[in-house]
Design a protein around this ligand. Structure first.
Ligand SMILES: *Cc1c(COP(=O)(O)O)cnc(C)c1O
Length: 381
């Protein structure tokens, strides 16, 4: 039987394993030197001042919402095609996600629709770099500053991407968040990072991930060494040193992995170039794509569904990213969202498919996927 090809997969080598084992033999399993080193590596890689490691991408989004002070009744604009965690993070802090439709050809937030959604309760925009393509940050910045909104980048797909030469995580947004889940561009098992140039957001993030414990040394001096104060409701969102050691080892390989992802995307692009029933997503000018996902769009749902079943039967782990968030029961019940709210998202969701792409995928694997697609399309006529 042919081997199963998933849509994404981590790459772990002997150096990664040694890095983790070394930490296990050391004195620090958490809040130790590897945590600080990983944060330094990520901030250097992104070109930003501060990085705060947390236990997942979801925790990073939640931390960002806390850092910017989202609270009861605040509205935050979120694209409707994303992983639910982007919107959930707003709800964690008592806020209301306001769903914005996406552009048909890129599946990125449609900037033309944002201003219509702004009210006197709107506080922020969460832009999602869908599939690894950075959003139109010039446009987003312009809208955000015109309406005094904070711009958050959910860059869980786009670590290593750039926008007109500027790395994602530099200063394209006020806060950028990453995920290190195994399918993402680098992994720590579970893990995430909040990056920013704002000292205030940085300091609020650092306390939030550690129960909002205030360890102000002046207070300690006055009241005794044991004293600390819980200043607000915080969480345990800390990352372990084992995870951070893996992250340090992984990020050194990211530039080459991005080239591997590009090589695979190029082969797919060449194949789909002359097809009319299947099209890859559009890549905007000025973009260095991180290709977390390679997404194609079909002419209609019937052809997509047929292809999905066929490829799954042939042991190709294709997937659909994502079910529009506003169509989930939780959002329908709690926020009264409904079909028709974001019509492009709803129609495009029935026509998209994520094809396998990951650094250790061989040319032979790519060709197998293409041959199967070709075969399935030929049986259409
Ligand atoms: C993966 C992902 C998250 C959540 O990250 P976790 O590390 O799985 O919690 C959030 N947003 C997007 C767009 C993602 O792809």
């Amino acid at each position: 039987m042919n081997k199963y090809i998933p849509y994404g997969h981590q790459s772990i080598d002997e150096y990664d394993i040694k890095a983790v084992v070394d930490v296990l033999k050391s004195d620090w399993l958490t809040t130790g030197p590897s945590v600080e080193n990983f944060e330094k590596k990520v901030s250097k890689f992104c070109g930003c001042k501060y990085a705060v490691s947390v236990s997942s991408g979801t925790a990073a989004l939640h931390t960002a919402m806390y850092a910017i002070g989202i609270s009861d009744g605040d509205e935050v604009i979120v694209p409707s095609i994303t992983f639910a965690a982007s919107a959930n993070s707003v709800v964690f802090q008592g806020g209301i996600p306001i769903f914005c439709d996406v552009e048909e050809d890129t599946l990125l937030i449609d900037c033309d629709l944002i201003e219509n959604l702004i009210t006197n309760k709107t506080r922020a925009i969460i832009a999602v770099d869908y599939a690894g393509q950075p959003c139109d940050y010039d446009r987003l910045r312009e809208i955000a500053s015109k309406h005094n909104l904070i711009l958050i980048a959910d860059a869980c797909h786009s670590l290593g991407a750039s926008y007109y030469g500027k790395r994602v995580g530099s200063n394209l947004a006020d806060i950028t968040v990453f995920s290190f889940h195994p399918v993402k561009n680098i992994t720590t098992g579970e893990g995430g990072m909040v990056v920013t140039n704002s000292k205030e957001y940085y300091e609020r993030s650092v306390v939030f991930r550690n129960h909002c414990v205030d360890v102000d040394y002046k207070q300690r001096m006055k009241k005794g060494d044991w004293f600390y104060d819980i200043t607000d409701l915080g969480y345990n969102y800390r990352m372990t040193d084992m995870q951070c050691a893996l992250g340090i080892s992984q990020i050194s390989k990211l530039p080459n992995w991005l080239l591997d992802r590009h090589a695979i995307a190029n082969i797919y692009d060449m194949y789909f170039k002359d097809m009319c029933l299947i099209n890859p997503l559009k890549v905007n000018p000025g973009i260095f794509h991180a290709y977390h996902l390679y997404v194609v769009k079909f002419c209609d749902q019937k052809v997509r569904d047929r292809m999905f079943s066929y490829l799954r039967n042939c042991r190709i782990g294709v997937n659909v990213h994502y079910i529009p968030v506003h169509l989930h029961s939780f959002y329908k019940n709690r926020f009264k969202t409904h079909e028709g709210l974001c019509s492009i998202s709803e129609s495009v969701y029935h026509r998209i498919l994520s094809l396998p792409i990951f650094p250790s995928m061989t040319i032979c694997d790519v060709n197998r996927v293409i041959d199967l697609i070709d075969h399935n399309m030929k049986t259409l006529q």
